[in-house]
Design a protein around this ligand. Structure first.
Ligand SMILES: [Zn+2]
Length: 293
């Protein structure tokens, strides 16, 4: 789907309010998705111009944090930024094997501004945005997965404080609510009234179902919260917290390659089912992600 000029304008205004200070406008040919060197990004942009805009073909994977922003840290020393990058890379490889195009907001341990991730996702023309994080809590007993989609209203106090923590990791974004005030709220409110709200909810439930099935502890549910990284994204967008890095048992499990691959496989199944439904609704008999050749 092609966003209307008005939507693009609103998204651009939102990004300015969010404090994005990048040099490039989010137009075709200019991408912020690539790593330094950018050959992959250039190839991806060329592909974007030729791609079928209706069929599900592009997934944006956002590994949370990076660089100086470590995210949460486990008692054993595992850092959220490293864990989520490992899982993101495994998922990307799996989806590429399915013939899907994957754009990653980062592919190495580097800082990427929050709004820059949004710009990269929109420039890529993604059909789905998936942000991967790991949870933290003052109590070491807290455990289990949580899945989120964006809303101005948080499901509960815990969801609100989680979004606040994830948002505050990015200084420039954290400054925006005070700077933007009601105007920012109005723009974001308008953005999330979009058709993507229902699809974000749908993917969040698929992802949560697949992750719950492989998790030995009860899952914590699909929730809503005002995650800045999801707000300006012009596509269905979900954020998964793949477990509590602050729980010593979960930290040990999450640090294992087998567990990371299980999580990637579960997310791959969710993406493939979402792609199948997406394409079926648009009259495509078989999705590129459906496994058929
Ligand atoms: Zn995080």
């Amino acid at each position: 789907m092609t966003p209307s000029p008005a939507r693009i304008a609103r998204a651009a205004i939102a990004l300015v309010l969010l404090g994005w200070a990048g040099a490039a406008a989010p137009r075709a040919g200019a991408t912020t998705a690539g790593e330094a060197g950018g050959t992959h990004a250039a190839a991806a942009t060329a592909t974007a111009e030729r791609r079928d805009v209706d069929r599900f073909d592009t997934v944006v994977i956002d590994a949370g944090h990076g660089g100086d922003d470590h995210g949460a840290a486990g008692p054993g020393g595992l850092l959220e930024k490293d864990l989520v990058l490992d899982v993101a890379k495994r998922l990307a490889a799996r989806l590429r094997d399915q013939g899907l195009r994957v754009v990653m907001t980062r592919e190495s341990d580097r800082a990427v501004p929050l709004a820059g991730r949004t710009v990269a996702a929109n420039a890529a023309g993604g059909d789905l945005f998936l942000s991967i994080h790991a949870n933290a809590a003052p109590s070491r007993k807290a455990r289990g997965i949580e899945t989120y989609f964006a809303s101005l209203e948080a499901t509960d106090e815990a969801a609100r404080s989680l979004a606040s923590r994830e948002n505050a990791a990015f200084r420039e974004a954290a400054a925006a609510p005070e700077a933007g005030g009601d105007a920012l709220g109005a723009i974001l409110g308008d953005l999330i009234e979009s058709e993507h709200f229902r699809d974000s909810d749908e993917f969040a439930r698929l992802a949560h179902g697949e992750l719950s099935a492989i998790d030995p502890v009860p899952a914590r549910g699909v929730k809503q919260a005002p995650f800045t990284v999801l707000m300006g994204v012009e596509m269905p967008a979900t954020l998964v917290e793949i477990g509590f890095i602050t729980n010593p048992q979960e930290e040990r499990a999450l640090g294992r390659a087998e567990r990371q691959d299980e999580i990637a496989a579960a997310l791959e199944r969710a993406v493939r089912e979402f792609a199948r439904r997406h394409d079926a609704r648009r009259g495509f008999a078989e999705s590129t992600a459906g496994g058929g050749q």
